[in-house]
Design a protein around this ligand. Structure first.
Ligand SMILES: [Zn+2]
Length: 459
Protein backbone atom coordinates (compact mmCIF):
# COMPACT_ATOMS: atom_id res chain seq x y z
CA UNK A 1 0.00 0.00 0.00
CA UNK A 2 1.06 3.57 -0.59
CA UNK A 3 2.16 5.53 2.43
CA UNK A 4 -0.01 8.44 1.38
CA UNK A 5 2.76 11.02 1.62
CA UNK A 6 1.29 13.89 -0.36
CA UNK A 7 4.09 16.46 -0.09
CA UNK A 8 5.22 17.65 -3.50
CA UNK A 9 8.93 18.17 -2.79
CA UNK A 10 11.43 15.97 -1.00
CA UNK A 11 13.22 19.06 0.28
CA UNK A 12 10.93 22.03 -0.27
CA UNK A 13 13.22 24.59 1.38
CA UNK A 14 16.13 23.90 -0.96
CA UNK A 15 14.19 23.03 -4.11
CA UNK A 16 12.15 26.23 -4.05
CA UNK A 17 14.79 28.55 -2.60
CA UNK A 18 14.98 31.95 -4.36
CA UNK A 19 18.06 32.26 -6.59
CA UNK A 20 19.83 34.99 -4.60
CA UNK A 21 19.43 33.00 -1.41
CA UNK A 22 20.92 29.93 -3.12
CA UNK A 23 23.93 32.02 -4.28
CA UNK A 24 24.46 33.24 -0.70
CA UNK A 25 24.34 29.68 0.63
CA UNK A 26 26.79 28.58 -2.08
CA UNK A 27 29.27 31.39 -1.31
CA UNK A 28 29.13 30.60 2.41
CA UNK A 29 29.83 26.93 1.78
CA UNK A 30 32.41 27.71 -0.91
CA UNK A 31 34.57 29.81 1.42
CA UNK A 32 34.58 27.00 3.98
CA UNK A 33 35.27 24.35 1.36
CA UNK A 34 38.23 26.25 -0.13
CA UNK A 35 39.94 26.49 3.26
CA UNK A 36 39.33 22.75 3.75
CA UNK A 37 40.70 21.87 0.28
CA UNK A 38 43.78 24.07 0.81
CA UNK A 39 44.53 22.52 4.19
CA UNK A 40 44.01 18.88 3.19
CA UNK A 41 45.30 18.49 -0.35
CA UNK A 42 48.74 19.48 -1.64
CA UNK A 43 47.31 19.17 -5.12
CA UNK A 44 44.77 21.89 -4.41
CA UNK A 45 47.21 23.99 -2.41
CA UNK A 46 49.38 24.16 -5.54
CA UNK A 47 46.43 25.50 -7.52
CA UNK A 48 46.18 28.44 -5.11
CA UNK A 49 49.95 28.97 -5.11
CA UNK A 50 50.06 29.08 -8.93
CA UNK A 51 48.14 32.36 -8.78
CA UNK A 52 49.60 33.58 -5.49
CA UNK A 53 46.35 33.28 -3.56
CA UNK A 54 45.16 31.94 -0.22
CA UNK A 55 41.58 30.76 0.37
CA UNK A 56 41.05 33.81 2.61
CA UNK A 57 41.68 36.08 -0.43
CA UNK A 58 38.59 34.77 -2.15
CA UNK A 59 35.72 37.14 -1.46
CA UNK A 60 33.53 36.62 -4.52
CA UNK A 61 33.13 34.56 -7.69
CA UNK A 62 35.52 36.76 -9.66
CA UNK A 63 38.29 35.99 -7.16
CA UNK A 64 37.35 32.33 -7.27
CA UNK A 65 37.66 32.24 -11.06
CA UNK A 66 41.36 33.08 -10.73
CA UNK A 67 42.04 29.56 -9.46
CA UNK A 68 43.23 27.34 -12.33
CA UNK A 69 40.90 24.60 -13.57
CA UNK A 70 41.50 20.91 -12.86
CA UNK A 71 40.86 18.29 -15.52
CA UNK A 72 40.46 14.51 -15.57
CA UNK A 73 44.06 13.88 -16.66
CA UNK A 74 45.42 15.85 -13.71
CA UNK A 75 43.04 14.00 -11.40
CA UNK A 76 44.45 10.65 -12.60
CA UNK A 77 48.05 11.80 -12.58
CA UNK A 78 47.62 13.02 -9.00
CA UNK A 79 46.34 9.57 -8.00
CA UNK A 80 49.35 7.91 -9.64
CA UNK A 81 51.74 10.28 -7.93
CA UNK A 82 50.12 9.43 -4.61
CA UNK A 83 50.62 5.69 -5.23
CA UNK A 84 54.31 6.29 -5.87
CA UNK A 85 54.79 8.46 -2.79
CA UNK A 86 52.36 7.04 -0.24
CA UNK A 87 51.55 3.55 -1.50
CA UNK A 88 47.87 4.38 -2.06
CA UNK A 89 45.96 6.74 -4.36
CA UNK A 90 44.35 8.85 -1.59
CA UNK A 91 47.41 10.64 -0.24
CA UNK A 92 47.79 14.41 0.09
CA UNK A 93 49.09 14.77 -3.49
CA UNK A 94 45.69 13.57 -4.79
CA UNK A 95 42.39 15.46 -4.75
CA UNK A 96 41.27 13.33 -1.80
CA UNK A 97 41.04 15.54 1.27
CA UNK A 98 39.66 13.16 3.90
CA UNK A 99 42.01 10.82 5.78
CA UNK A 100 41.83 7.21 4.60
CA UNK A 101 40.08 6.10 7.83
CA UNK A 102 37.09 8.26 6.93
CA UNK A 103 36.67 6.95 3.37
CA UNK A 104 33.95 4.34 3.21
CA UNK A 105 33.30 3.97 -0.50
CA UNK A 106 35.21 4.27 -3.76
CA UNK A 107 33.49 4.62 -7.10
CA UNK A 108 35.23 5.03 -10.38
CA UNK A 109 34.81 6.02 -13.99
CA UNK A 110 34.93 3.27 -16.57
CA UNK A 111 38.65 3.86 -17.16
CA UNK A 112 38.52 2.33 -20.64
CA UNK A 113 41.63 4.32 -21.53
CA UNK A 114 44.17 3.63 -18.79
CA UNK A 115 43.83 4.50 -15.11
CA UNK A 116 40.25 5.16 -13.95
CA UNK A 117 39.44 8.35 -12.02
CA UNK A 118 38.59 7.39 -8.44
CA UNK A 119 35.83 9.05 -6.45
CA UNK A 120 36.28 8.78 -2.72
CA UNK A 121 33.34 9.25 -0.39
CA UNK A 122 32.99 9.52 3.35
CA UNK A 123 29.81 8.59 5.23
CA UNK A 124 28.90 12.30 5.17
CA UNK A 125 29.30 12.41 1.35
CA UNK A 126 27.16 9.30 0.92
CA UNK A 127 24.44 11.06 2.91
CA UNK A 128 24.60 13.93 0.38
CA UNK A 129 24.41 11.61 -2.63
CA UNK A 130 21.42 9.80 -1.14
CA UNK A 131 19.72 13.12 -0.35
CA UNK A 132 20.08 14.57 -3.85
CA UNK A 133 18.87 11.39 -5.51
CA UNK A 134 15.90 11.25 -3.15
CA UNK A 135 14.94 14.70 -4.48
CA UNK A 136 14.92 13.36 -8.02
CA UNK A 137 13.06 10.11 -7.30
CA UNK A 138 10.47 12.07 -5.33
CA UNK A 139 10.15 14.57 -8.18
CA UNK A 140 9.43 11.66 -10.54
CA UNK A 141 6.65 10.45 -8.24
CA UNK A 142 8.38 7.51 -6.59
CA UNK A 143 7.04 6.87 -3.07
CA UNK A 144 7.37 4.19 -0.40
CA UNK A 145 5.46 1.16 -1.64
CA UNK A 146 6.86 1.38 -5.17
CA UNK A 147 9.07 -1.43 -6.44
CA UNK A 148 11.95 -0.40 -8.73
CA UNK A 149 13.82 -2.98 -10.76
CA UNK A 150 17.43 -2.00 -11.21
CA UNK A 151 18.68 -3.31 -14.55
CA UNK A 152 21.91 -1.35 -14.80
CA UNK A 153 25.30 -3.00 -14.49
CA UNK A 154 25.70 -3.93 -10.80
CA UNK A 155 29.18 -2.52 -10.61
CA UNK A 156 31.02 0.19 -8.69
CA UNK A 157 29.62 2.86 -10.99
CA UNK A 158 27.05 5.21 -9.53
CA UNK A 159 24.33 3.29 -11.38
CA UNK A 160 25.39 0.06 -9.69
CA UNK A 161 25.56 -0.64 -5.97
CA UNK A 162 25.26 3.06 -4.97
CA UNK A 163 21.99 3.36 -6.89
CA UNK A 164 20.42 0.57 -4.83
CA UNK A 165 21.22 2.53 -1.69
CA UNK A 166 19.68 5.69 -3.15
CA UNK A 167 16.44 3.93 -4.06
CA UNK A 168 16.20 2.54 -0.53
CA UNK A 169 16.88 6.00 0.91
CA UNK A 170 13.73 7.44 -0.66
CA UNK A 171 11.80 4.60 0.96
CA UNK A 172 11.06 2.64 -2.21
CA UNK A 173 11.87 -1.04 -2.68
CA UNK A 174 14.78 -1.95 -4.94
CA UNK A 175 15.19 -5.19 -6.89
CA UNK A 176 18.87 -5.09 -7.84
CA UNK A 177 18.69 -7.77 -10.53
CA UNK A 178 21.35 -6.11 -12.73
CA UNK A 179 21.91 -6.47 -16.43
CA UNK A 180 24.68 -9.09 -16.14
CA UNK A 181 22.31 -12.05 -15.80
CA UNK A 182 20.88 -11.34 -19.24
CA UNK A 183 17.57 -10.27 -20.72
CA UNK A 184 15.68 -13.44 -19.75
CA UNK A 185 16.60 -13.08 -16.11
CA UNK A 186 15.54 -9.42 -16.06
CA UNK A 187 12.18 -10.35 -17.62
CA UNK A 188 11.75 -13.23 -15.15
CA UNK A 189 12.30 -10.89 -12.22
CA UNK A 190 9.80 -8.42 -13.62
CA UNK A 191 7.30 -11.29 -13.45
CA UNK A 192 8.38 -12.42 -9.95
CA UNK A 193 8.54 -8.97 -8.28
CA UNK A 194 5.98 -6.85 -10.20
CA UNK A 195 7.95 -3.59 -10.33
CA UNK A 196 6.25 -0.34 -11.38
CA UNK A 197 9.54 1.19 -12.47
CA UNK A 198 12.72 0.13 -14.26
CA UNK A 199 16.13 1.74 -14.11
CA UNK A 200 18.24 0.89 -17.18
CA UNK A 201 20.21 2.32 -20.08
CA UNK A 202 18.02 3.50 -22.97
CA UNK A 203 19.60 0.94 -25.30
CA UNK A 204 18.85 -1.95 -22.90
CA UNK A 205 15.30 -0.64 -22.59
CA UNK A 206 14.86 -0.80 -26.35
CA UNK A 207 16.29 -4.31 -26.33
CA UNK A 208 13.80 -5.40 -23.65
CA UNK A 209 10.93 -4.09 -25.79
CA UNK A 210 12.19 -6.14 -28.75
CA UNK A 211 12.97 -9.33 -26.86
CA UNK A 212 10.01 -9.44 -24.46
CA UNK A 213 7.48 -10.99 -26.92
CA UNK A 214 10.02 -13.62 -28.06
CA UNK A 215 11.03 -14.62 -24.54
CA UNK A 216 7.75 -14.33 -22.65
CA UNK A 217 5.00 -14.41 -25.29
CA UNK A 218 3.76 -11.02 -24.06
CA UNK A 219 4.48 -7.48 -25.13
CA UNK A 220 6.59 -5.22 -22.91
CA UNK A 221 3.61 -2.86 -22.79
CA UNK A 222 1.82 -5.51 -20.68
CA UNK A 223 4.48 -5.62 -17.96
CA UNK A 224 2.90 -2.90 -15.83
CA UNK A 225 5.88 -0.53 -16.00
CA UNK A 226 4.82 3.07 -15.35
CA UNK A 227 8.25 4.70 -14.98
CA UNK A 228 11.38 4.13 -17.00
CA UNK A 229 14.48 5.81 -15.58
CA UNK A 230 17.28 6.18 -18.11
CA UNK A 231 20.92 6.72 -17.22
CA UNK A 232 24.40 5.83 -18.38
CA UNK A 233 23.91 6.95 -21.99
CA UNK A 234 22.73 10.18 -23.62
CA UNK A 235 19.67 8.58 -25.35
CA UNK A 236 17.25 9.56 -22.55
CA UNK A 237 17.14 13.12 -23.89
CA UNK A 238 16.54 12.06 -27.48
CA UNK A 239 12.86 12.47 -28.52
CA UNK A 240 12.95 9.42 -30.85
CA UNK A 241 14.37 7.15 -28.14
CA UNK A 242 11.94 8.52 -25.55
CA UNK A 243 9.01 7.80 -27.86
CA UNK A 244 10.19 4.25 -28.57
CA UNK A 245 10.59 3.48 -24.86
CA UNK A 246 7.37 5.13 -23.78
CA UNK A 247 5.30 3.30 -26.40
CA UNK A 248 7.20 0.07 -25.90
CA UNK A 249 6.38 0.01 -22.20
CA UNK A 250 2.74 1.03 -22.64
CA UNK A 251 2.82 4.82 -22.15
CA UNK A 252 5.46 4.65 -19.43
CA UNK A 253 6.88 7.98 -18.29
CA UNK A 254 10.52 8.33 -19.32
CA UNK A 255 12.82 10.06 -16.84
CA UNK A 256 16.25 11.17 -17.92
CA UNK A 257 19.11 11.57 -15.45
CA UNK A 258 22.69 12.60 -15.37
CA UNK A 259 25.47 12.99 -12.85
CA UNK A 260 29.08 13.96 -12.50
CA UNK A 261 31.43 12.87 -9.76
CA UNK A 262 28.46 12.49 -7.38
CA UNK A 263 27.64 15.99 -6.12
CA UNK A 264 26.36 17.13 -9.52
CA UNK A 265 22.95 15.71 -10.28
CA UNK A 266 20.35 16.52 -12.89
CA UNK A 267 16.98 14.92 -13.45
CA UNK A 268 13.89 15.61 -15.45
CA UNK A 269 10.54 16.77 -14.14
CA UNK A 270 7.31 16.08 -15.99
CA UNK A 271 5.61 19.46 -15.92
CA UNK A 272 4.05 20.19 -18.33
CA UNK A 273 3.62 16.44 -18.82
CA UNK A 274 4.39 16.19 -22.53
CA UNK A 275 7.50 18.36 -22.68
CA UNK A 276 11.16 17.58 -22.31
CA UNK A 277 12.70 20.89 -21.46
CA UNK A 278 15.97 19.76 -19.93
CA UNK A 279 17.05 18.52 -16.54
CA UNK A 280 16.70 20.18 -13.16
CA UNK A 281 20.05 20.76 -11.48
CA UNK A 282 18.94 19.34 -8.15
CA UNK A 283 22.08 19.77 -6.08
CA UNK A 284 22.93 23.48 -6.18
CA UNK A 285 23.42 23.50 -2.41
CA UNK A 286 26.20 20.91 -2.77
CA UNK A 287 27.71 21.90 -6.08
CA UNK A 288 28.68 25.17 -7.70
CA UNK A 289 28.24 25.11 -11.45
CA UNK A 290 30.29 27.30 -13.80
CA UNK A 291 30.51 27.41 -17.58
CA UNK A 292 33.68 28.09 -19.57
CA UNK A 293 34.45 28.30 -23.26
CA UNK A 294 35.57 24.75 -24.24
CA UNK A 295 38.54 26.09 -26.18
CA UNK A 296 39.75 29.23 -24.42
CA UNK A 297 38.51 28.14 -20.93
CA UNK A 298 37.32 31.69 -20.28
CA UNK A 299 34.31 32.05 -17.97
CA UNK A 300 30.84 32.33 -19.49
CA UNK A 301 28.12 34.01 -17.43
CA UNK A 302 25.27 31.73 -16.33
CA UNK A 303 22.23 33.20 -18.06
CA UNK A 304 19.25 31.83 -19.92
CA UNK A 305 20.42 29.87 -22.99
CA UNK A 306 24.17 30.12 -22.24
CA UNK A 307 26.32 27.26 -23.62
CA UNK A 308 29.68 26.21 -22.24
CA UNK A 309 31.81 23.47 -20.76
CA UNK A 310 30.71 22.34 -17.33
CA UNK A 311 33.03 23.21 -14.43
CA UNK A 312 32.15 21.76 -11.03
CA UNK A 313 33.05 22.68 -7.48
CA UNK A 314 31.67 20.52 -4.69
CA UNK A 315 30.39 22.21 -1.53
CA UNK A 316 30.22 20.68 1.95
CA UNK A 317 32.14 17.66 0.60
CA UNK A 318 34.76 15.66 2.52
CA UNK A 319 36.15 12.79 0.40
CA UNK A 320 37.50 13.91 -2.97
CA UNK A 321 35.85 17.28 -3.56
CA UNK A 322 36.03 18.62 -7.11
CA UNK A 323 37.34 22.18 -7.29
CA UNK A 324 36.90 24.06 -10.59
CA UNK A 325 36.88 20.63 -12.23
CA UNK A 326 36.41 20.83 -16.01
CA UNK A 327 34.22 17.82 -16.53
CA UNK A 328 34.27 17.74 -20.33
CA UNK A 329 30.50 17.90 -20.90
CA UNK A 330 29.11 20.93 -22.68
CA UNK A 331 25.80 22.21 -21.33
CA UNK A 332 23.16 24.70 -22.22
CA UNK A 333 21.56 26.26 -19.16
CA UNK A 334 18.11 27.73 -18.65
CA UNK A 335 17.19 30.11 -15.88
CA UNK A 336 13.49 30.68 -16.55
CA UNK A 337 11.41 29.25 -13.70
CA UNK A 338 9.85 25.81 -14.24
CA UNK A 339 6.11 25.09 -14.01
CA UNK A 340 6.77 22.63 -11.19
CA UNK A 341 7.83 25.39 -8.77
CA UNK A 342 11.50 24.48 -8.55
CA UNK A 343 13.58 27.62 -8.71
CA UNK A 344 17.01 26.35 -9.75
CA UNK A 345 18.86 26.10 -13.03
CA UNK A 346 17.78 23.67 -15.74
CA UNK A 347 20.18 22.32 -18.34
CA UNK A 348 20.63 20.16 -21.38
CA UNK A 349 23.79 18.27 -22.32
CA UNK A 350 24.93 19.39 -25.76
CA UNK A 351 27.98 17.17 -26.20
CA UNK A 352 31.58 16.61 -25.15
CA UNK A 353 34.06 19.47 -25.18
CA UNK A 354 36.66 17.22 -26.89
CA UNK A 355 34.29 16.67 -29.81
CA UNK A 356 33.61 20.35 -30.43
CA UNK A 357 34.18 21.66 -33.95
CA UNK A 358 34.48 25.30 -34.95
CA UNK A 359 33.02 26.22 -38.32
CA UNK A 360 33.43 29.91 -39.26
CA UNK A 361 33.53 30.86 -35.59
CA UNK A 362 30.45 28.79 -34.68
CA UNK A 363 30.83 26.00 -32.12
CA UNK A 364 29.23 22.77 -33.35
CA UNK A 365 28.82 19.45 -31.52
CA UNK A 366 28.33 16.05 -33.19
CA UNK A 367 25.48 15.29 -30.74
CA UNK A 368 23.63 18.37 -32.00
CA UNK A 369 24.18 17.26 -35.60
CA UNK A 370 22.82 13.83 -34.69
CA UNK A 371 19.70 15.42 -33.21
CA UNK A 372 19.02 17.35 -36.40
CA UNK A 373 19.57 14.30 -38.63
CA UNK A 374 17.38 12.04 -36.47
CA UNK A 375 14.46 14.40 -37.05
CA UNK A 376 14.37 12.99 -40.62
CA UNK A 377 14.10 9.35 -39.60
CA UNK A 378 12.81 7.18 -41.38
CA UNK A 379 13.83 9.06 -44.56
CA UNK A 380 17.40 8.71 -43.27
CA UNK A 381 18.74 5.74 -41.30
CA UNK A 382 20.12 8.03 -38.59
CA UNK A 383 23.72 6.96 -39.29
CA UNK A 384 26.11 9.69 -40.35
CA UNK A 385 29.80 10.66 -40.33
CA UNK A 386 31.39 14.06 -40.15
CA UNK A 387 34.32 14.11 -42.58
CA UNK A 388 37.28 16.33 -41.74
CA UNK A 389 40.43 17.09 -43.79
CA UNK A 390 42.44 17.38 -40.57
CA UNK A 391 41.70 16.79 -36.88
CA UNK A 392 39.45 19.46 -35.26
CA UNK A 393 38.35 21.65 -33.72
CA UNK A 394 38.96 24.12 -36.60
CA UNK A 395 37.13 23.07 -39.76
CA UNK A 396 37.67 24.34 -43.31
CA UNK A 397 34.13 25.24 -44.36
CA UNK A 398 31.85 23.82 -45.50
CA UNK A 399 31.55 21.06 -42.92
CA UNK A 400 31.13 17.76 -44.81
CA UNK A 401 28.61 15.25 -43.47
CA UNK A 402 27.98 11.79 -44.94
CA UNK A 403 24.34 10.85 -44.37
CA UNK A 404 22.78 7.44 -45.05
CA UNK A 405 19.45 7.61 -46.86
CA UNK A 406 16.86 4.88 -46.34
CA UNK A 407 16.50 2.15 -48.94
CA UNK A 408 13.10 3.31 -50.19
CA UNK A 409 14.27 6.82 -51.05
CA UNK A 410 14.66 7.99 -54.67
CA UNK A 411 16.84 10.85 -55.97
CA UNK A 412 13.94 13.28 -56.00
CA UNK A 413 13.10 12.59 -52.36
CA UNK A 414 16.73 12.80 -51.28
CA UNK A 415 16.82 16.25 -52.80
CA UNK A 416 13.75 17.34 -50.82
CA UNK A 417 15.19 15.97 -47.57
CA UNK A 418 18.48 17.76 -48.23
CA UNK A 419 16.75 21.11 -48.69
CA UNK A 420 14.91 20.67 -45.40
CA UNK A 421 18.04 19.48 -43.60
CA UNK A 422 19.99 22.47 -44.81
CA UNK A 423 17.24 24.83 -43.69
CA UNK A 424 17.21 23.26 -40.21
CA UNK A 425 21.00 23.29 -39.91
CA UNK A 426 21.10 27.00 -40.81
CA UNK A 427 18.31 27.82 -38.41
CA UNK A 428 19.26 25.66 -35.42
CA UNK A 429 23.04 25.25 -35.66
CA UNK A 430 23.96 28.31 -37.75
CA UNK A 431 26.03 26.30 -40.24
CA UNK A 432 25.56 25.32 -43.91
CA UNK A 433 27.15 21.89 -44.31
CA UNK A 434 27.74 19.94 -47.49
CA UNK A 435 25.79 16.67 -47.35
CA UNK A 436 27.20 13.59 -49.02
CA UNK A 437 24.48 10.97 -49.52
CA UNK A 438 25.46 7.35 -49.07
CA UNK A 439 23.43 4.11 -49.32
CA UNK A 440 21.99 2.43 -46.20
CA UNK A 441 24.42 0.27 -44.18
CA UNK A 442 27.53 2.00 -45.59
CA UNK A 443 28.61 3.08 -42.09
CA UNK A 444 29.77 0.22 -39.84
CA UNK A 445 27.37 -0.47 -36.95
CA UNK A 446 29.40 -0.26 -33.77
CA UNK A 447 28.02 -1.79 -30.62
CA UNK A 448 30.06 0.28 -28.15
CA UNK A 449 30.77 3.97 -28.58
CA UNK A 450 29.59 5.34 -31.91
CA UNK A 451 32.17 7.34 -33.82
CA UNK A 452 30.78 10.46 -35.42
CA UNK A 453 33.95 11.88 -36.95
CA UNK A 454 36.38 10.52 -39.53
CA UNK A 455 39.49 12.29 -40.73
CA UNK A 456 39.98 11.89 -44.47
CA UNK A 457 43.40 10.61 -45.49
CA UNK A 458 45.09 12.86 -48.03
CA UNK A 459 46.39 11.09 -51.17
ZN1 LIG B 1 10.27 21.36 -13.18
Amino acid sequence: MMSGDKRKFWNQKIETMPGDETRRLQMKRLRKQLIYNYNHSLFYRKKFEEVGMKPQDIKDLDDFRQIPLTNKDEHRRAQEESIEKFGHPYGPTSITCAPIEKIVRINSTSGTTGTPSLYTLTQHDIGIVNEIHARSFWMAGIRPGHVILQAMSLSMFTGGLPLSQMIMNVGACVVPVGVEGGTKRVLDFIKFTAPVAIFATPSFGQYLVEECPKLTGNKASELGIKWFFTAGEPGGGNPEVRKLLSEGFGEAKIFDHTGGGHAFHGAQCYEPPESYSGLHFLSEDYCLLELVDPKTKKSIEIQDGAVGELVLTFLDWEGGPFMRYAYGDVLQVFTTPCHCGRTGIKFRIIGRADDMLIVKGVNVYPEAIKREILKFHPEVTGYFRIVLDKPGPLVNPPLKIKVEYSSHLGNEEIHTVEEQLLKNFRQNLRISPKFIWIPPNSIPRETKKTRFIEVEKKE
